[in-house]
Design a protein around this ligand. Structure first.
Ligand code: RB5
Length: 148
């Protein structure tokens, strides 16, 4: 898969580990930064990765900041993005299966590298179930179309 990655300074170590992990699995990674530990503003990096997913340049995206919250909120402001902040493998699986999330966000200050990589695998190895969940995702899109 072609996967977008982005982080702020609070998520750099986990993003680097995820990048290495994905490349080892044979995925193509598009890294939107940041790539230093200098303090930056997470919306700047989140927006770039989210746009690449929304425009179809990448198939999905993985974001990391200190908590996974700010960078995920920012991504959800881009039309067409459904980004879930996840800290466990069950939620990672379910957000693909039920919400058809096209991005996930993780918090490096919350989640260790081992669990973080398991969360990424759980998300990538799951599939959207469609059916009644499609109807609900369509309703999310309708809210977006009305309000964004
Ligand atoms: C940066 O200090 C921190 O606020 C950021 O990484 C993130 O946790 C925000 O939600």
């Amino acid at each position: 898969m072609k996967i977008a990655l982005a982080c702020d300074h609070g998520g750099l170590n986990l993003k680097s580990a995820i990048k290495k992990h994905l490349e080892k699995l044979g995925h193509e990674v598009v890294d939107f930064g940041t790539n230093t530990s200098d303090s930056v503003d997470y919306p700047d990096f989140s927006e770039k990765a989210a746009n690449s997913v929304a425009e179809g340049q990448t198939e999905c995206g993985i974001l990391v900041c200190g908590t996974g919250i700010g960078i995920g909120i920012a991504a959800n402001k881009v039309k067409g993005i459904r980004c879930a902040t996840v800290g466990d493998t069950f939620s990672a699986r379910m957000t693909k299966a039920h919400n058809n999330a096209n991005m996930i966000a993780l918090g490096e200050r919350v989640t260790g590298i081992g669990l973080g990589l398991d969360i990424v695998d759980a998300y990538l190895n799951s599939s959207f179930e469609g059916g009644r969940h499609q109807n609900r995702v369509d309703k999310i899109t309708a809210i977006e179309n009305k309000n964004l």
